[in-house]
Every structure is written in structure tokens, then in C-alpha cells.
Design a protein around this ligand. Structure first.
Ligand SMILES: N=CN[C@@H](CCC(=O)O)C(=O)O
Ligand SMILES: [Mn+2]
Ligand SMILES: [Mn+2]
Length: 321
């Protein structure tokens, strides 16, 4: 029996940006990105050398709403595409847009499952997947996709690296943007595995003792924001990479200082400097272990001059380069 491919809820719309000419030397992201159609799922790269990347949006406010935050992240996928569109395209890979999964109020879990199925299929077709959130409930959608992929079900060791001021290990009656990594730990335990979870940028005053206790009980490795010198982070990430075969990277933009990333639900008073976060992205891209990535918590409503969206776009560009 033929199983129909998983598709996003909303088809991709054309990207826009500055036009300098049609030649390769003028190429920007908006000219390079092509719509991804279900029948392309199994198609490999064209002339590009690296694994093709596929962008998927996760339009969700529901996790932040449930977590009592400032809603508006559902508009983030569009804002990040708008910030990526005009950037000069120097990548050695094809990039496709598969459209958006749309989370209706109250139906977060179903949206996470839909996005998970789309991600798993793309991963199994050899793509590097990029999920644009949404609040950090996006991470559980990513996890479902990654955990359902052949790479992980065939036994490759998965590592989850979170760049975030928060653990997001809350124990709540309903999933939210504050719970995804506890949900992952429980899902991994159900598969008789342990979640291999590391966080860079934890703000001590913004995580309660309960959250630190949960992190310790689960064996979470973390670096506090105040300890995030370039050297410490590089060494921490290198040690973590040694323990994994495939990596899922999740960037919560509130890991950055509020001056760099004001457009988030919970801006960081301290934050990890952008050059340090950018260096991590380069380190991960060079590792060859990156399976999937997402960017979460952009809230365009609170952004200033698209500053946060532009940082998100820049980091995605770095990770795919
Ligand atoms: N996504 C997670 N967000 C933080 C929000 C913290 C806050 O609002 O101060 C958390 O739940 O810990
Ligand atoms: Mn988070
Ligand atoms: Mn956070």
C-alpha cells in the first residue's frame, strides 16, 4: 500500500528580496530557495555538493500562551524568511521551502505530531531539516521528527544541544514552551534510552531550584551564561559532540542579550554574546553531525528593526554554510 507523503498545512509562498541581477554572482537567498513539493522528497542534490536543506515553518503561539509568556511567535517563520530573503547566497547546497505547519489554539500536540511526520520524512530522504518556530514548544515537534527518523531508530546516538537561557524542563499538566525537554526525557525513557541533553547559556536567576534539580536528576550537561567564554563553550560543545552520532540543535533566541535579541517572549538581561553563539554554529556545521536544527521564540511583535529576526537569519545562514 502506498503511504501518502506528509505535507505541511500551508504551501510555501515566493520569497522576496533585493534584485541585483539573475547571474550566480548576484544570487541572494530569495533567488536560491525553491518550493519543496512532496514528490521531491526522495530527490537528491543537483550540482551542489552538500546535503540539501529544507525549511519548514511551525506557526505556533500555543506553547508560549500556555507558559504565560508574551505571545506572537506564530508570526516568526514569515519574519525569518523575510530576513533571510535578501541575504547574499554563498551556500554550497540546495535550499527548499516546504511551507508551514499551523497550530490552532488548543491543538498544539496535533501540530507537533504533524510537523514531526514532515521532518522524519525529509530526514529519511537525506535532507538537512530546519524548523522555524514558534515558541520553544517547537522543540518537541523537532524531537518527534528526529526520534522518528531512520537515523535514530536504527540506533545512532542522538544528542540534543539547546542554546537557551532556560532549561525548559517544567513538569506541567499540559505541554508548553516550558516543557519540551522533560517531554523528550520521558519519551526517550519509554524507548529505554536516556536523553542526552546539553544546554549552553543557562541564566541561574531565571531557572528555579526545582529546574536545576530536574536537570541534575536527568544528567543534563549545562554551562551558565556567565561561564560562556568562547573557549569554555568550544570545549563544552566538543566534549558533547564526542558523545553523539547525530545532533539536533535548537536555538532559543533568548540565549542572546536583550540588546541583540529584543524580540522574544523573555528577553535576557545577561545573555551569551552573539560571536560566541555564532562560533558554536560554525563548530557544529563543521562537525558533520548536524541532523536537524530549529530556531525558536522569535516574537516579531516585540522586535526592534527586525534585529532578532536578522540574527536568527544570520545564524541559519551560518549553520547551512
Ligand atoms: N520557553 C521557556 N520559557 C521560560 C520563560 C521564563 C520567563 O518567562 O521568565 C521558562 O519557562 O522558564
Ligand atoms: Mn527555551
Ligand atoms: Mn529561553
Amino acid at each position: 500500500m502506498e503511504i501518502s507523503p506528509a505535507v505541511a498545512d500551508v504551501r510555501p509562498t515566493p520569497w522576496t528580496g533585493r534584485f541585483d541581477g539573475d547571474g550566480d554572482e548576484h544570487r541572494r537567498w530569495w533567488q536560491a530557495v525553491a518550493p519543496h513539493t512532496p514528490d521531491m522528497a526522495a530527490r537528491g542534490a543537483t550540482e551542489a555538493v552538500s546535503r540539501p536543506a529544507v525549511v519548514v515553518g511551525f506557526r505556533s503561539d500555543e506553547g508560549v500562551r500556555r507558559n504565560k509568556g508574551r505571545i506572537g511567535a506564530a508570526a516568526a517563520p514569515e519574519a525569518i524568511r523575510q530576513a533571510l530573503g535578501p541575504l547574499a547566497f554563498h551556500l554550497d547546497r540546495d535550499v527548499f521551502d516546504a511551507g508551514d505547519v499551523v497550530v490552532e489554539e488548543g491543538s498544539l500536540e496535533a501540530g507537533q505530531e504533524r510537523a514531526g511526520r514532515v521532518i522524519s520524512e525529509l530526514l529519511d530522504a537525506g535532507k538537512l531539516t530546519v524548523l522555524l518556530g514558534g515558541g520553544h514548544e517547537t522543540a518537541f515537534a523537532s524531537y518527534l521528527g528526529v526520534a522518528g527518523s531512520e537515523a535514530v531508530t536504527s540506533g545512532k546516538r542522538l544528542g540534543v544541544l539547546n542554546l537557551d537561557a532556560h532549561f525548559d524542563l517544567r513538569d506541567e499538566p499540559a505541554p508548553s514552551s516550558g516543557t519540551p525537554f522533560l517531554q523528550m526525557a520521558r519519551a526517550e525513557a519509554a524507548e529505554r534510552r536516556e536523553l542526552n541533553y546539553a544546554v549552553v547559556g543557562i541564566s541561574e536567576p531565571n531557572n528555579t531550584r526545582t529546574l536545576f534539580n530536574t536537570a541534575d536528576r536527568l544528567g543534563v550537561k549545562y554551562l551558565l551564561d556567565e561561564d560562556c567564554s568562547a573557549e569554555r563553550v568550544q570545549e563544552f560543545v566538543a566534549r558533547f559532540l564526542d558523545t553523539v552520532d547525530v545532533l539536533y540543535l535548537t536555538i532559543d533566541l533568548d540565549v542572546l542579550p536583550a540588546s541583540v535579541a529584543p524580540g522574544v517572549s523573555a528577553p535576557a538581561a545577561y545573555g551569551v554574546p552573539l560571536p560566541v553563539i555564532s562560533a558554536v554554529c560554525k563548530q557544529l556545521a563543521a562537525s558533520g553531525k548536524l541532523l536537524h536544527l530549529d530556531v525558536a521564540e522569535l516574537n516579531p511583535e516585540f522586535d526592534i528593526d527586525s534585529r532578532t529576526a536578522k540574527v536568527a537569519a544570520r545564524l541559519v545562514n551560518t549553520l547551512l554554510a
